[in-house]
Design a protein around this ligand. Structure first.
Ligand code: NAI
Length: 396
């Protein structure tokens, strides 16, 4: 394992505010890359006032500041490890900016990776004539966190007990899980391969699935603040059936891929298995999937994403529940299902309806993978990978 003393954190949101002080306190030289608007200036003001404080539940506090805050990709690329903690749609633009300047050897990863990260990263890094890169993919963000004062203070509301981590080459996962675990004080567990992260991305099921089930009959009503529907607590038996169907189609796709190509995808769980594993202590009644969602204390009070209009609130169809979880999630699974010859009636319905809300056409007639907007999706076919065999080769 190559030694890592310097880490570039890409991103200026909630997650970056947690990562920077954690890494700085562990003694890493932290470069913060925030190319968007005035984020770098605001971080510099925070750094001048003493840096960032990350407040953990139970009273733990980490403090630290980056050694360098930059919008310059050449300065940002000068690290042994590049860590992206941004929404998935920012991975490509950031990697394209940094790629020309990366050192010949580096670890390049995203937490959370969502689906297809490694394919996009390999595709972009291939533009470098030579280079030896290990890609890593964090399964989820380890923290629920919110900025309290930009560039200065973030509150961590909870930390996941374990978070999966995969790598390409796949054999790099244990060493990277150990490295990142120590650096971020998180229990990362190595996963068999990056396809398990992509297909096991549970956000692709829960977020578009609940949005579809709750809003498929939305009639344009404007809600008062008290009328905004609950999101997870709104999961009826009917909505749970949609989630189960979506999830079963993905698990069946993983099983087919595994049988055809001999890849271990046992970490791709059903939504029910995942929910119990992730929230065991929080669920009061786990007798059905619907009840498990409705009685999960960790989900209490969370509402449908909305945007403000003059008379009140309407659903926000540009929410990341759709704009991140569909092109960087559910469409990936659909694309793999097509490669494996698996039928996906529920996915097709959800993708068609939610796509229309976003003014996107991802699928053609009969669920064919040929909609005009498919070029925006992070699917294997957009990186020249058309067969299950080639996909598995890339993930190894
Ligand atoms: P955020 O919304 O706070 O941060 C977004 C940041 O990404 C921006 O501030 C900017 O620095 C960067 N960014 C966005 N577009 C960019 C572009 N085109 N080029 C360069 N940089 C760009 O997001 P947050 O909360 O930090 O979350 C990061 C990821 O973790 C997301 O995928 C989110 O869904 C996920 N996540 C977050 C949780 C939380 O509690 N904050 C919980 C679970 C998952």
């Amino acid at each position: 394992m190559r030694q890592v003393t310097s880490i570039t954190v890409c991103g200026g949101g909630n997650a970056a505010h947690v990562v920077v002080p954690l890494l700085a306190e562990q003694g890493y030289r932290v470069i913060l890359y925030t190319p968007l608007s005035d984020e770098a200036d605001r971080f510099r003001e925070g750094a001048a006032a003493g840096g960032i404080e990350a407040l953990f539940p139970g009273g733990g506090i980490y403090r630290g500041r980056p050694a360098l805050i930059t919008r310059d990709p050449q300065e940002a690329a000068n690290s042994q490890l590049i860590l992206m903690v941004v929404p998935a749609f920012a991975h490509g633009p950031i990697l394209r900016d940094l790629a020309p300047y990366l050192p010949a050897q580096a670890f390049v990863g995203a937490i959370p990776a969502r689906s297809g990260f490694e394919l996009e990263a390999l595709h972009i890094l291939r533009s470098r004539k030579s280079g030896n890169y290990t890609i890593f993919c964090g399964h989820t963000l380890p923290w629920a966190c919110r900025i309290e004062a930009y560039g200065r203070r973030v509150r961590v509301l909870g930390t996941k007990e374990t978070v999966g981590m995969a790598a390409v080459p796949a054999g790099g996962a244990p060493a990277l899980a150990q490295l990142m675990g120590k650096a971020l004080k998180v229990n990362f567990t190595p996963m068999a391969n990056s396809l398990a992260v992509s297909l096991g991305n549970i956000g692709q099921v829960i977020h578009p699935g609940i949005m579809y089930a709750l809003l498929k009959n939305y009639d344009g009503a404007v809600w008062g603040e008290g009328e905004i529907p609950l999101f997870y607590q709104g999961v009826t038996e009917e909505a749970a059936a949609v989630l189960n169907d979506l999830s079963n189609e993905i698990v069946a796709t993983a099983a087919r891929l595994s049988a055809e190509c001999g890849l271990d995808l046992s970490e791709v769980l059903t939504v029910g298995q995942w929910l119990i594993r992730a929230y065991a202590g929080y669920i009061e009644d786990s007798s059905t999937l619907s009840r498990s969602f409705r009685t999960n204390r960790g989900y209490r009070g969370l509402k449908v994403p909305v945007k403000k209009v003059p008379e009140g609130y309407v659903p926000d169809f540009q929410s990341r529940y759709l704009t991140e979880d569909i092109p960087y999630g559910l469409l990936f699974s659909k694309a793999v299902a097509v490669m494996c010859g698996c039928s996906t009636p529920c996915m097709d319905e959800v993708l068609t309806v939610t796509g229309s809300w976003m003014n996107k056409r991802y699928l053609g007639r009969g669920g064919k993978l040929n909609g005009a907007d498919l070029k925006e999706a992070r699917i294997p076919q957009n990186f020249g990978i058309y067969t299950a065999g080639k996909l598995v080769e890339a993930a190894k």
